[in-house]
Design a protein around this ligand. Structure first.
Ligand code: PHE
Length: 329
């Protein structure tokens, strides 16, 4: 009996030395020895078979053994959790270099917009803004776009309700400006526009335009051409190939479009529409169309940035990929 007791103690000590690492493993070991069906209980059960003389000392020894094992478990539990704690403390290495914070930068579209604004401001334009959500009247009717014109078709326009639209161009602000101010006026209007059309490398469902409007007593188409050519020269340099091409807009007469040569794709790319403000538009806003004349233009900011910075897909402006954005910081 005495030997059994000693062998349990010895076995326990080896187990305790080698085995438990985690609180779960310690618990397993605890029930192996001290549980209801554990080895110590088994020894207590044998007590009945001992002789009456042996029983008191044996009982005392067993109690000591039980107390002993219990104490050693508690110690082991404490030391395991302490060493886990210190491992966690070691995980903070104060000698490591700090993390460099990521610095943001101005989006390439915003940079392009600033360049465009600076060029026009340098030749006397003021900058104005207008609503992105507007009524049918300002986006279409007042611009001489009749009720059944295809530009109003559901395919091109995002309707908020039957008479409210996400503006399809910044030309709506021409009307707001002329309603609010007497001529002469000279403004550029940067802003977002929305079109419900097929998405491709040069077309997206939203993009940015810069509208220009100049109204005065004597304004000629030659001045319009001179102004836009000046802009292109400032923006792209003297050698950029550009062309004016006759076009049609309901709110200008005559109308034209400007194309720039795309060096990457070896083809023309349209960047803006323009023309002399149609007298019908001037009459609509209450300007005397016999006295006042003017020109207007609307340019696509993304396309200008694409040509200037050799960006081959308009969607890159919108997907927020830092690998793209960082190239322009
Ligand atoms: N609003 C026209 C467009 O979005 C561009 C334009 C503006 C044309 C001003 C003429 C005058 O295509």
């Amino acid at each position: 009996m005495m030997e059994q007791l000693e062998s349990v103690r010895k076995q326990f000590l080896t187990d305790l030395e080698s085995f438990p690492e985690t609180p779960q493993e310690i618990d397993e070991l605890r029930s192996k020895y001290l549980g209801r069906k554990g080895q110590v209980s088994a020894l207590f059960a044998l007590l009945g078979k001992a002789t009456p003389e042996e029983r008191p000392t044996l009982g005392k020894d067993l109690n000591i053994l039980k107390q002993d094992l219990t104490n050693q478990f508690e110690e082991k539990v404490a030391s395991v959790s302490a060493s886990q704690q210190s491992a966690e403390d070691d995980a903070i290495d104060l000698t490591l270099p700090g993390k460099t914070p990521r610095i943001g930068s101005v989006h390439i579209l915003e940079q392009t917009l600033s360049e465009i604004k600076d060029i026009f401001k340098s030749i006397g334009y003021h900058v104005a803004y207008g609503p992105e959500v507007d009524d049918d009247y300002h986006n279409f009717s007042a611009l001489n776009i009749p009720e059944h014109h295809p530009a109003r078709d559901m395919q091109d326009t995002f309707f908020v309700d039957p008479t409210t639209v996400l503006r399809t161009h910044t030309s709506n602000v021409q009307i707001h400006l002329m309603e609010n101010e007497d001529p002469p006026i000279r403004y550029i209007v940067p802003g977002r526009v929305y079109r419900n059309e097929a998405i491709g490398y040069k077309s997206y469902c939203l993009f940015h335009q810069v509208e220009g409007i100049y109204i005065n007593e004597k304004v000629s188409f030659a001045e319009l051409k001179g102004c836009l050519e000046y802009f292109v020269r400032q923006m792209f340099g003297l050698n950029k190939k550009m062309r004016f091409r006759p076009s049609y807009f309901p709110f200008t007469e005559p109308s034209a479009e400007v194309d720039l040569w795309d060096d990457e794709r070896h083809q023309w790319m349209e960047i803006l529409g323009c023309g002399m403000v149609d007298p019908a538009v001037l009459d609509t806003v209450g300007y005397d169309s016999k006295k006042w004349h003017g020109y207007a233009f609307g340019m696509g900011v993304e396309r200008i940035a694409m040509l200037k910075y050799k960006i081959n897909d308009i969607r890159l402006f919108y997907n927020g990929d830092v690998r793209f954005l960082e190239q322009f910081s």
